[in-house]
Design a protein around this ligand. Structure first.
Ligand SMILES: [Zn+2]
Length: 95
């Protein structure tokens, strides 16, 4: 199954299980890459990563970091699907 790169305004196809296309992935800090990979593997079985706070926060950091590099600090962050998932997970975590 093919999916699209999650970086803002990027429509490149990425392989199933990949978060970003290669050129965007390379713009993500190594610590954030490791958090994404580790949590994704740990939670893959039942799609648990979609409600994993650490994973979602790392994804949001990666997406916002890339957008800042490409579009400048004025880019409006917090609009993507991962931002939505993170807000949902945070609400659940505080209940
Ligand atoms: Zn991309």
């Amino acid at each position: 199954m093919k999916r699209q790169c999650d970086a803002f305004n990027c429509s490149r196809e990425v392989a199933s299980g990949r978060f970003l296309c290669l050129s965007h992935w390379r713009m993500v800090p190594v610590a954030t890459q490791q958090a994404i990979n580790t949590r994704y593997r740990a939670c893959r079985a039942d799609f648990g990563f979609l409600s994993d706070l650490v994973y979602l926060q790392a994804c949001v950091d990666a997406i916002d970091g890339i957008a800042k590099i490409e579009y400048g600090a004025g880019h409006q962050a917090g609009q993507g699907s991962y931002h939505r998932l993170l807000r949902v997970a945070q609400r659940k975590a505080t209940v």
